[in-house]
Write a protein of this length. Structure first.
Length: 291
């Protein structure tokens, strides 16, 4: 079995800090002539306020790095209950013959997060495995982390979150039939079905939509539509600027560009229409400078 250099983590968001871990593995594996491997958990073990990268997206992002192998570990009851010792021996030593391990400072594995940095230093030394513990880069004096990015997104600080991610935050959705309210007031929207768990910040945003091999400027609203419902389901809906015709069921990828305003309840549909007209005006102004 080939000896390996392994980076292990949850990699939710695959932000700049995570990218640094993978770059370190590539650097070490080349220098020591080891096989480069990334192990990623399928999702966060602990409860979070929304997932930044769904499984397919995570795989695609990691695949952009020239590592030899990528292993995705499904987060199951069995994985959550496994001891740090069993995980270390079963996955890292027996299966991968790890000779160099790379982790972030706050990562831990095994039941009760027993396999922390202190535990790993001791057990790597005992098994003649080199350990690199990497601090994630700082931004505005704070370390980059998935939880910090989630907070920024919830606050509507889209551009700042994008800087920490190293790319524009996005999600995929499939059009679903809505109530046709937008069409009635002359501002048709496409309602989207998004996989459960994906973090969707609430509010009105300027966005770009990729579909059918093209890009479309758009106004994106994510919320419970309080003007019409007391406790409505949170649904993303997009207005494609300048698009006319029927869209169909084509899957879309939506990229957040800028937070425009918070969602609010209007007294009547006329007030809502006035605000939507203002949103579209702001969008056209923004995109006339952007494109």
């Amino acid at each position: 079995m080939n000896s390996s250099c392994v980076a292990i983590g949850t990699y939710d968001g695959l932000h700049k800090g995570h990218q640094g871990l993978i770059a370190k593995v590539l650097e070490i594996s080349k220098k020591k002539k080891l096989k480069s491997i990334v192990i990623a958990l399928s999702k966060p073990v602990r409860h979070v306020s929304g997932i930044l990268t769904e499984l397919k997206e995570k795989k695609d992002l990691i695949s952009q790095f020239p590592v030899d192998d990528i292993f995705i570990l499904p987060v199951t009851d069995e994985l959550v209950k496994i001891t740090a010792k069993d995980f270390f021996e079963k996955y890292l030593i027996d299966k991968l013959n790890v000779k160099h391990l790379v982790i972030g400072r706050n990562f831990a594995f095994g039941h009760g997060r027993q396999g922390n940095v202190k535990w790993l230093r001791k057990n790597c030394l005992k098994n003649k495995i080199n350990l690199t513990v990497k601090s994630f880069s700082c931004s505005h004096g704070k370390a980059i982390s998935s939880s910090r990015i989630r907070t920024l997104l919830h606050q509507g600080r889209i551009e700042h979150a994008g800087k920490l991610l190293g790319r524009i935050y996005s999600f995929e959705g499939v059009p679903l039939k809505g109530m046709g309210i937008g069409k009635k007031i002359g501002i048709p929207t496409i309602n989207l079905k998004v996989n459960k768990g994906k973090l969707l910040p609430l509010g009105v945003f300027l966005a770009v939509v990729r579909a059918k091999g093209a890009f479309f400027p758009a106004v994106l609203n994510i919320g419970s539509r309080p003007t019409f419902f007391n406790k409505g389901e949170v649904v993303p809906e997009i207005n494609l600027i300048g698009f006319k015709g029927k869209w169909g069921k084509t899957k879309l990828k939506v990229f957040f560009l800028k937070h425009l305003r918070n969602e609010r309840k209007f007294r009547n549909i006329n007030e809502l229409k006035k605000q939507l007209d203002k949103d579209l005006k702001a969008a056209r102004r923004f995109f006339s400078f952007t494109f």
